[in-house]
Design a protein around this ligand. Sequence first.
Ligand code: HEM
Length: 547
Amino acid sequence: MRESLLHQMGPGELLVLAGTYAYLLFTFLPTMIAFSTIIVSLGAIYYHLNDYNEYWHKKGVPGPKGNILFGSMLEMLKSINEFDERNVKKYGKTFGTIINGVPDLLSQDLDFIKQIVIKNFDSFPDRPNISKSKLEDIRESFLTIKQGDDWRRIRHRITPAFTSGKMKKLLPAMNYCSNELVKYLDQYAKSGNDVPLKDALSKLTMNVIGRTVFAADLNTFNDKEDSPFLYYAKKMFDIKLFSPTVLFVISFPNISGWFARLTGRVLMQNDIFQYFTTSLNEIMDQRLKDPDAPQKYNDAFQLLLNSLDGEERVTITSEDADIMSEAVSQVANSREKKTLSRLEVMAQLIIFLAAGYETTASTLHFVCYILSRRPDIQERLRREVLEVLDGREHIEYEDMAKLQYLNQVISETLRMYPPAVRINRLCQKDTEINGIPLEKGNSVSFDVYNIHHDPENYPEPYEFDPDRFSPENKADRHPMAHIPFGAGPRICLGMRFAEFEMRVTLVDLVKNFKFLPSEGMPGLPVPVVTKALLNPAVELKCRIKKI
Ligand code: HEM
């Protein structure tokens, strides 16, 4: 694919380049010639950028004509789902845009999506990586942005931390954390105060990750001062788009990349990653010195540590085929390096925190809010939960499959409020799909939010109806019509973990509390804003009553 050099620069870099160019011309050439050269150069640049903007039209693919510098990026940033909805109405289910200098094909066509994420996975195995630092840094080692054989190797190595067998072992820790949440919420039931749902459920998901991934008690329900771990973990999610550092990195991406390569320091969130690298290295040293550690610890940390040097086989049963695809398991038979480096182990632990904390808390808080607004669904759910529990305190592994209505409520919540509103893939091999020629370097995006709200897939899409996910109704639906966890070999690795965590928590909540509406809160559907992740337009609260 033709790469546009100008599009690879940030706006700040372009301004500096243009200023230097004009300064040199006016310094060394007579004014008239310098002036004429600038006019000609501007014309040539305009022609080049405009021509690049026609990328998809020249291939016969419709789509909005974006700004010649930013393509459709600025318009999209205002609200991704409104941008997609508007353009699907105008151009159909598949259309082309230029985002940040990269030609991006957006599709809501379910067969097309299946072709990309499953059938032609070989041509679309990776996600685009916009980072220019190319450092041997913890952030460059996250599974989410790893590409090619590196991605296969790491995914193959860490999948055992997420199998059904592993979830069974993590259940007591999840039950413990949800019990802590119930104790924490008891205060709200007693006082009658509104529960700030996102805050309460974020405390839970952080606690679960702490216990199951790092074997650490983060004490998140304690309102005293945060431990350093909790402080930095929270800070990781507190990115202010208009902070000077963020604006600098956006404006000068190449300069920031060079700076990182020269100094070994990344500008954004450096203190956070320094802290995690140091403290995880310390825990790693302690565990590697302890010969009993493999038996003693049951967390993901230990599982990943065991794969530092060993070449032991990774065994996955057919039950876990959804998270370990053929494309990944091939690595087991290859002669490539199969182990993980220390840096890679640390990076995956952090990505579990980053990928699992906010997404799961968001889904759980929407479920609780919906229950407060839909007493009929809440009662039906409670009946099922009490029946399955049959007088026991917590659910057990074997109960998971029996909680059918609970699973339907979670699926419907993820349909209406998918935390990740878009997923994407990078084309790594020129391939033609449905008559559209895709070139290496193109990106392809799928609009999860609008797929989930397309009346062709779900009649009356803004109605909350868990029965859409009854076994009969589900069987008739296209598999790509419900993709909150993505699809294909790169599907969310923590999908089962998140499902277990949500079931355990909701069983305890529904058993212990009645969810009631708070005054002044919006009805259903909840108004949302969709930027990188989906969020409600207002902070959601409800009241609870102890049962
Ligand atoms: C409700 C909760 C969650 C949702 C909705 C969610 C959603 C997603 C989505 C949409 C993707 C991209 C999939 C694709 O491109 O096809 C993804 C990837 C990923 N998720 Fe999740 N996620 C959730 C929870 C978790 C948890 C709890 C963890 C780990 C503890 C996790 C770890 C990951 C990882 C490691 C990837 C990258 C997989 C790869 O590139 O191979 N997620 N997730």
